[in-house]
Design a protein around this ligand. Structure first.
Ligand code: AMP
Ligand code: ZN
Length: 481
């Protein structure tokens, strides 16, 4: 069966046919590195990682190129550098902020089970390409220089009689609507209210680079041109998929599309534009002022990354998602159930057919997860047959192996139970030798029938976040989640 994906530009689910199946190309807008990423930022990270994994599954690992950039030039970065490293020269302070944030971001992405993208370009390493694009746009009459800025003119784009798409097509808005909605205090150097910045002069001390021709002072790029330059450099003028959160549709993606198509006189930039829906927390928009702003890092202190990942994938990527504690608890239970079901079995070489079918249908992860649930809860009537657990025509071990390999396909980690236990202990901060000592004391108390003392020790362990299980073989323990 084919892969079908929803395209924001044409507003329909279409069969995905790669421009070149030997090199399927995807670009996703990455983080602006100035602070810890929040759980909303984790959504595109996880969603497009699932798509990356699915594409690798369908076309072969060596045949997919995933580019996710790092925006390391931005006012927010400069502000943070001034705030956190006031004593340092600005450029040095900026380097500290971006390096530190990038490291945190990689650690978070790792903990969420996301594969590194094939290429992770930095904006500051692609200034030459940005300048080249800007000069093409000026030469083509789509952009102009004014007061040391370069501005892109959507009106010029829509007036051009050519193959170009219409400015506003992605966001599904008309230029007239945008003009009417434009703010009154439009910068004086703009010819039209809808014109946007490709390049601007740097303030003294700020990072700066030689400007495109026609401007003598040094400057820096606007945000939108960065992605046009990096996607061009690493994926070419046209590629298969461009992704990001729904908030990026306008103006960021609309402007990227305009820049790239006008610079190269092409009718399209990406074949599919994909956008994840927004995430809110406990029914409210996440914001620092509401006090419900939550970073990936804070959540990782309480939950394993795989619980966060499963919790994200329980909702279809295009729907809004309400991130709740209740949802996290449920996801944790589901994972526990799967671990119990698979035990330490080896994954099967192929994953479950219905599971992959669900993913091929515009990344229908809720349906794929429901399928895993079905595998781990075989119908009662089929469960016992001559002492072997059956699922349809499969034995229990077979089903467990399929569950495992399917879950691995979408990066729901699923290491072995023992690996998982070790990982939980490592991240819990619990001292395992202290636990062993208490357990020995409890065993001794039970041997002398001092049940008051053995209960007290069990409670003490529970307070440390440790649960114990007594069986014929002895007592085992693990971190409560
Ligand atoms: P930013 O650093 O704000 O540019 O965001 C990085 C990525 O996270 C972009 O793809 C955004 O669309 C996405 N994003 C930001 N906030 C949310 C949210 N609350 N829900 C879903 N995606 C988000
Ligand atoms: Zn971008």
């Amino acid at each position: 069966m084919e892969l079908r994906l929803y395209d924001t530009l044409t507003r329909e689910k279409r069969v995905f046919t790669p421009l070149n199946p030997a090199n399927v190309r995807m670009y996703v807008c990455g983080p602006t590195v100035y602070d810890f990423a929040h759980i909303g930022n984790a959504r595109p990270l996880i969603v497009f990682d699932v798509l990356f994994r699915l594409l690798r599954h369908l076309y072969g690992e060596a045949h997919v190129t995933y580019v996710r950039n790092i925006t390391d030039v931005d006012d927010k970065i400069n502000d943070r550098a001034v705030r956190d490293f006031a004593g340092l020269p600005l450029n040095e302070a900026i380097r500290k902020v971006t390096e530190q944030t990038e490291k945190q971001f990689h650690e978070d992405a790792d903990a969420l089970g996301c594969l590194p993208p094939t290429v992770e370009p930095r904006a500051t390493e692609h200034i030459a390409e940005m300048r080249e694009l800007i000069e093409k746009l000026v030469a083509g009459g789509f952009a102009y220089v004014a007061e040391d800025h370069v501005l892109f003119s959507p009106q010029a784009m829509n007036a051009a009689n050519s193959v170009l798409p219409r400015y506003g097509a992605l966001a599904n808005r008309s230029l007239d609507e945008m003009i009417a909605g434009a703010r009154v205090d439009v910068a004086p150097y703009k010819r039209d209210a809808t014109d946007f910045v490709l390049w601007k002069p740097s303030k003294p001390g700020e990072p700066s680079w030689p400007s495109p021709s026609g401007i003598r002072v040094e400057g820096r790029p606007g945000w939108h041109i960065e992605c046009s330059a990096m996607s061009w450099k690493h994926l070419g003028k046209q590629f298969d998929i461009h992704g990001g959160g729904i908030d990026l549709v306008f103006p960021h993606h609309e402007n990227e599309l305009a820049q790239s198509c006008c610079a190269f006189h092409e009718n399209r930039m990406a074949n599919f534009w994909m956008h994840n829906g927004f995430l809110q927390v406990e029914g409210e928009k996440m914001s620092k002022s509401l006090g419900n702003f939550v970073t990936i890092r804070e959540l990782l202190a309480d939950w394993p990354g795989e619980v966060l990942r499963l919790n994200m994938l329980k909702t279809h990527y295009r729907s809004p998602i309400d991130w709740t504690l209740k949802g996290l608890e449920e996801s944790s239970k589901i994972l526990d159930g799967w671990y119990d079901f698979i035990g330490d079995c080896e994954p099967a070489p192929t994953s479950d057919h219905s599971f992959v079918e669900a993913l091929r249908d515009d990344l229908n992860t809720p349906s794929a997860i429901a399928r895993l649930h079905q595998i781990s809860h075989p119908p009662v009537a089929g469960r016992m047959m001559a002492g072997v657990t059956m699922l349809g025509d499969r034995t229990g071990t077979d089903a467990a192996a399929h569950l495992k390999s399917s879950a691995i396909l979408v990066g729901l980690l699923l290491p072995t139970n023992s690996e998982r236990k070790a990982k939980n202990i490592a991240t819990s901060g619990v001292d395992s030798s202290a636990v062993e000592l208490l357990l020995a004391a409890r065993t001794a108390a039970r041997a002398r029938k001092d049940f008051k003392e053995s209960d007290r020790i069990r409670d003490e362990l529970a307070a440390m976040g440790v649960v114990i299980k007594d069986s014929k073989e002895g007592t085992t323990w693990e971190i409560a989640r």
